[in-house]
Design a protein around this ligand. Sequence first.
Ligand code: 6PG
Length: 489
Amino acid sequence: MTLLFAEDGLIVNLSDPEEKTMDRLIEKAEKQGYHGRVKKFTDYKQLCKALSKPRLLVFSLPHGGVGDKVLEGLMPNLEKGDIILDCGNEHFANTERRQAKCRGTNIRYIGCGVSGGYQAARAGPSMCPGGDESALRDVMPLLEKVAAKDKDGKPCVGIIGKGGAGHYVKMVHNGIEHGMMSAICEAWGILVKMGLGYEEIGNILKKWDSNGELKGTFLITIGADLSHKHDDKQDIKGNEHPLVISEVLDKVVQDVTGEEGTGVWSNQEAIEHHVPAFTLNVAHAFRLASAYRGDRIKANEVTDGGFPPQQLNIHDKDSFIEDLRKATYAACLASYIQGMHLISRADQAHKWDINYGNIWKIWRAGCIIKADYISDEILAPILLSSSLKAENIHLLFQKRVATDIRNAYPALRRIVSKVVETDQVAPALSATLEYYKIVTGTDLPTAFYEAELDYFGSHMFDKKGEKGTNGPLEGKFHFEWKPVRTQSQ
Ligand code: 6PG
C-alpha cells in the first residue's frame, strides 16, 4: 500500500519496528520511479512532526495488542482532527474500543477492511471503511483513487456505516471466503478422485469461471490459473517447464490450513446473533481439523487407516461434473446468504446504519469473494434497492435466490449422496445440503428435542399452530411428562 500511495503522488512517511523492512520498501519505491516519496522514521514524534495536518495515519498491523500499543505510542503526538485509518484485519470490538478512546481527544478513527491480498494491496484493493463520518468524508477521495475498479471503472470502496461496521463487514467477507474456499477445494478433491489430471481440472475450472452461476468468481479464476502454471526451469528429473501444481502440491504443500482469526470471529458472531451459518461453521471446523495433522496421523493409525476417499468411477462424467459445478455454486451462494444474514442481524443490534449498496460496490471487484454472477444477478437487485432496510435483508427470501436454490438442490443432493457412498471429503457441500433443507423446512424433528428438554428441565415449548418465531424464544407451555416425586416416594 505504501507503493500504491506513492504511485498516486503522495509522500509516504513509514514507520516499522524493522528498519530493514523500511529500507527494502524505499529501495523498491526508488526502483519503481517514486524518487524521494517514501521516507522512514524510527520514532513516532519525528514521524508525526513530518506529517501535514490534519495528519492521516494508515495502520497496516496484525490485530489485537499491536494496534493498541501503536495507538498508545502515537496519541501524545497527535492533535484534534487527525485521522487514523486502520487497514488491518482488526476485530470490530477493538476498533470500537479505540474509537471511543480517540473520541475524547477528537482524533478520528476509521476501521477499514482491506481485501485482495498483497498483490491487490499494490495494484488497488477493495476497501471497506466505517467509523467517524467527517473523517470518512475527508479520506474518501483518496480511497476512491487508489481502490480497485470494477468492470465499469467504479471504485470498490464506499462508506459502510458507523463504529466498527467496516471491520465487521470485512470479517464477514472472510467468513464467506472460508465457505467458498472450502466448497471449491472439496470439488477439486472430488475431481482428483475421478482420476482427472491437474490441467484437466484447470480446464474445468476455467469453464466454470467463464459461464453460468460461477462466472467471474475470483477463487475459481485463480484455481484455474494455478492449475495451469508451468515453471520456467527444469525439474530435478530434467523435464522442461514442469507443471507447478504437481511440483508444489504433490511434493511440498501439507494438507494443513492455518488461520489468522477472522474466520473464528465470524463464526463466533454468527452464534452470538443466532444466525444458522451451517456452511461457514463447517468450513471453519474443516480448517481447524486440518491443522491437527499430528492427531489425524494418530487417529488414522488407531482406526486402521481411517476412511480414505475411494477412487470415483463415474459413468457419465460430463453430467457428474455439471452436478459438481451446481453443488459448488450452491455452497458459494449459501455462504453469501449466511454472511448477509449475519451482517443484517449485527447491523440491527449495533445500529450501524450499514449502507448495503456500498457492500455491493466493495465486493464487486478486487476482493477475494468477488463473484460476477452473484454480484450482478443476486446481490445487485436486492442491495441496490432504495427502500432497503436491515431487517428485510435475507437473501433466502428473494425470488431469484429461491429459483437458483431450487435449480441447484437436486445436483447438490446427488453429489452429497456420492460423497457419502464413497467417503469423499466434502464438509461444506454436505452442510450446505442440510442448510437448505433445514432453513426451508417446516417439519423438523426438533419437536422431539423440545419434548425432551421439557421433560428433564421444564424448558417449556411452543404449541403447533402458533405464529412462527424468529430467533430463540422461551416456550410458553409445559407438560408434566412423569409424575413429580413426593417426599414419601
Ligand atoms: C483478503 C483476505 C485476507 C486473508 C486473511 C487470511 O480479503 O484479502 O480475506 O484478509 O484471507 O489474511 O485470514 P484467515 O487465515 O483468517 O483466513
